[in-house]
Design a protein around this ligand. Structure first.
Ligand code: SAM
Length: 323
């Protein structure tokens, strides 16, 4: 289905829970308020939402959070989505800390691929950014995902000035040499990232990242890589991986935005940059699927034309709304 600007809505990101075992400095507060078990959508409810979304033309579904691998029996949710809605592309964004032991089960259940968040390749720095994360576990998870075919493995790196901007070439080489797809993501003014002026101090634009990279590694535009998302990709001669840039701030891609989000507590969010959401949970719990359909129609009709982050940040944290 198309919105009033002619954007075809084909992609749904579902947060399966707001819990996370990491507290990345730009994403999650040191002591977040957590949803109760009753507040969070059940697997059955998530599947119903995804199936209604498919009636509206959604063909790609991503599970995210919080940390989706913390949700008990998450492979069962993947299996249910496969059985009941069977999206063309079923993916997951994860921090990777628990991916190594779960990757095979997820692949067997029908997950197509994973995006793993990785902002540093230095164990001490990784621990500092994530407030406690174990880099070795994440690297093992990435390798395992590649082995079991959760490919292409994409790696998300948020570059922040004076935090990890000196690792731009190292992160790129890591992905290019191993055949992964690295996406440099511009820090967005969302939730925790705007606290105490952090976003303003730390933002590094994709243009600068690309320039700093080009000094060390000649990159060749790779339009074929596409991926159906907002990233623009490049490759390097003789290396199997790719590098992309998600320019949410420096070159917004709202005009081509094809996505909706559902928070863990069942709010349908038409735009990452807006705190506006339509609650679905009560209708789901009453079995009123027509109300859920009405909500989808309203969300698509009311999808904002573009972000207004220059005027106001998004108050809801990325960890709550399923980044
Ligand atoms: N726990 C999972 C993970 O770590 O990938 C999924 C949820 S996390 C909120 C999803 C992605 O959002 C991560 O790649 C994270 O780096 C990114 N993210 C969080 N806050 C962000 C911000 N302010 N700007 C840009 N990306 C952000």
């Amino acid at each position: 289905m198309r919105d009033r600007l002619g954007r075809e809505i084909t992609y749904l990101r579902i947060s399966v829970g707001d819990r996370c075992d990491l507290r990345c400095i730009y994403c999650r507060s040191a002591s977040p308020r957590l949803d109760t078990k009753e507040e969070v959508l059940s697997f059955e409810e998530i599947v119903e939402v995804a199936c209604v979304a498919s009636e509206f033309g959604v063909r790609r579904v991503r599970l995210t959070g919080g940390e989706p691998l913390l949700r008990r029996d998450i492979a069962r949710l993947v299996e249910l989505l496969r059985e009941r809605c069977d999206p063309v592309d079923l993916s997951m964004t994860t921090n990777g800390t628990r991916l190594a032991p779960l990757a095979r089960e997820l692949a067997r259940a029908g997950l197509d691929r994973v995006n793993v968040s990785l902002d540093s390749l230095r164990p001490g720095r990784y621990r500092a950014i994530t407030r406690g994360g174990d880099l070795a576990a994440v690297l093992a998870g990435i390798d395992r995902a590649a082995e079991v075919g959760l490919t292409p493995v994409k790696i998300n790196a948020v570059i922040m000035r004076d935090v990890n901007d000196d690792e731009i070439p190292d992160l790129a080489r890591f992905a290019l040499e191993r055949g992964f797809v690295l996406r440099f993501i511009e820090l967005m003014p969302v939730g925790e990232a705007v606290r105490d002026g952090f976003w303003r101090r730390s933002f590094v634009g994709a243009g600068e990242i690309r320039e700093r990279l080009a000094r060390e590694l000649p990159l060749i535009p790779d339009d074929e890589a596409g991926g159906g998302g907002p990233a623009r990709y490049f490759r390097a001669e003789g290396l199997p991986g790719k590098v992309g840039f998600i320019t949410a701030i420096s070159r917004p891609f709202c005009a081509g935005c094809n996505r909706l989000r559902v928070t863990a507590t069942g709010e349908l969010r038409p735009c990452l940059a807006s705190d506006m959401g339509i609650p679905l949970r009560d209708a789901l719990r009453r079995g009123e699927l027509d109300r859920v359909r009405e909500a989808f129609a309203a969300a698509i009709a009311g999808k904002p034309p573009g972000h207004r982050w220059h005027e106001a940040p998004t108050r809801t944290g990325m960890d709550e709304l399923g980044g």
